[in-house]
Ligand binder design. Structure first.
Ligand SMILES: C[S@@+](CC[C@H](N)C(=O)[O-])C[C@H]1O[C@@H](n2cnc3c(N)ncnc32)[C@H](O)[C@@H]1O
Length: 282
């Protein structure tokens, strides 16, 4: 574990730029923001996204293209092989985005393409909820979550980089928010107590996990009964999304990785211009 932490620290230092941006080191307004939303998007080797939503609403199982679903429904928790040489289930892992690119997270115009209120609607965030902003960065979503859950709720803002949490604390002070607990994560170690949260939101984070298998198992333990995890990821299928390939995910890969750790996809929302919102139940 120490070796994993050290390699991650090295990666963070080396990754001084915004890791997700394809054009310049720390872009202020990446071209991706201006890209038009595809009219209809269907993953090449998967059912249309709308099929997920429909099956979730009807309470029917996931499409049969997810091989591991049988074991999920049988109550077993699959254990996928760990990443090898930076590759996990056929996907090259991305390096975490450095805090030196944090300005990109608070870029002008992000609200229009990110639609944070819609993301929280799909995630089902309500007043009084206990939620985790996992990979919170400088706190863009933390602020929206804190306002939504209100004074009777709580937000745990988790990040690997102390510098990100410093920026996040400054933001919370500016916004006058006191219902947030910043948590400094260690790679591959649990950040939250058992059964402590109703929701874990991961915006543009899942693809950066050094050990997706371990982290998703830890988050399963952190979820209260009925809890869920929400991934928001840039669409790999869309060439107009101008983000480095390692920082995008296809729906087929999302299905593969969710099934591999025994999570069931209950909803896929495709209404954001560049990202898809995936709701997962353990
Ligand atoms: C691209 S940023 C997104 C930040 C934020 N979610 C947002 O949308 O503004 C990804 C963040 O995830 C954090 N991260 C990556 N792997 C992590 C891990 N295993 N545990 C906690 N944070 C992690 C990085 O340090 C970085 O701050």
């Amino acid at each position: 574990m120490k070796r994993a932490g050290a390699s991650l620290a090295l990666a963070l230092v080396a990754s001084a730029a915004c890791a997700g941006c394809s054009r310049s080191a720390v872009p202020s307004a990446p071209q991706a923001d201006a890209a038009p939303r595809p009219v209809a998007l269907v993953a090449p080797d998967a059912a249309p996204a709308s099929a997920d939503t429909a099956s979730a609403e009807a309470g029917s199982p996931e499409p049969s293209s997810i091989a591991a679903d049988a074991s999920v429904e049988a109550g077993a928790t699959p254990t996928p092989p760990p990443p090898t040489h930076g590759v996990y289930l056929g996907r090259k892992l991305a390096r975490p985005m450095s805090h030196l690119g944090a300005a990109w997270l608070d870029r002008a115009g992000r609200d229009a393409v990110q639609r944070p209120s819609h993301v929280l609607d799909v995630a089902g965030v309500r007043a009084g909820a206990r939620v985790c902003d996992f990979g919170a960065g400088s706190g863009y979503f933390t602020v929206h979550l804190a306002r939504r859950v209100g004074p009777t709720g709580r937000v745990f803002a988790v990040d690997l980089q102390p510098e990100m949490l410093t920026l996040l604390r400054q933001k919370l002070t500016r916004e006058g928010l006191s219902n947030v607990t910043p948590v400094l994560a260690k790679a591959s170690e649990p950040s939250l107590p058992a059964a402590s949260v109703d929701l874990v939101l991961m915006v543009d984070v899942y693809h950066e996990l050094e050990r997706p298998d371990l982290t998703m198992a830890q988050l399963r333990a952190a979820l209260a009964p009925g809890g869920r995890v929400v991934w928001v990821e840039y669409r790999a299928e869309d060439p107009n999304v101008s983000i480095k390939p390692d920082h995008k995910m296809s729906l087929a890969q999302i299905r593969r990785e969710a099934a591999a750790v025994g999570y069931r996809i209950t909803q896929v929302d495709e209404s954001l211009p560049q990202q898809r919102i995936v709701v997962l139940a353990p």
